[in-house]
Ligand binder design. Structure first.
Ligand SMILES: [Zn+2]
Length: 107
């Protein structure tokens, strides 16, 4: 199991240290803090917008998940604002690039 093979199947997973519980990013088999092994688990599908920009009518955002890791993706619906919550609607790998599509969760 690894990040990319799970992403290909549409699953967003993260590696978490079995000892100190730190989430390692980029994903790794070993903790970058205490060097112990990590285990894989599903990542929350809710993230927070840290930054976003618009290119050719498409919004791109840097999204923080689980108050820890930051992943870039496309925001395909809603009105993005810094601090708003987004939900992952689709993820995968295309042309060896990570694809992450999200929608804004309107409160
Ligand atoms: Zn650790």
């Amino acid at each position: 199991m690894n990040f990319e093979s799970e992403l290909k199947k549409g699953n967003l997973v993260i590696s978490e240290c079995i000892d100190c519980k730190k989430i390692t990013w980029p994903p790794s088999e070993f903790c970058n803090q205490c060097l112990k092994e990590t285990s894989w688990r599903k990542c929350s599908d809710l993230g927070k917008i840290i930054e976003f920009s618009k290119q050719n009518d498409i919004y791109f955002g840097i999204i923080q998940f689980e108050n820890s890791i930051r992943i870039m993706g496309k925001i395909i619906s809603g009105n993005p604002e810094v601090g708003k919550t987004v939900q992952v609607v689709e993820c995968g790998v295309s042309d060896s690039e990570y694809v992450l599509k999200m929608k804004v969760v309107e409160e």
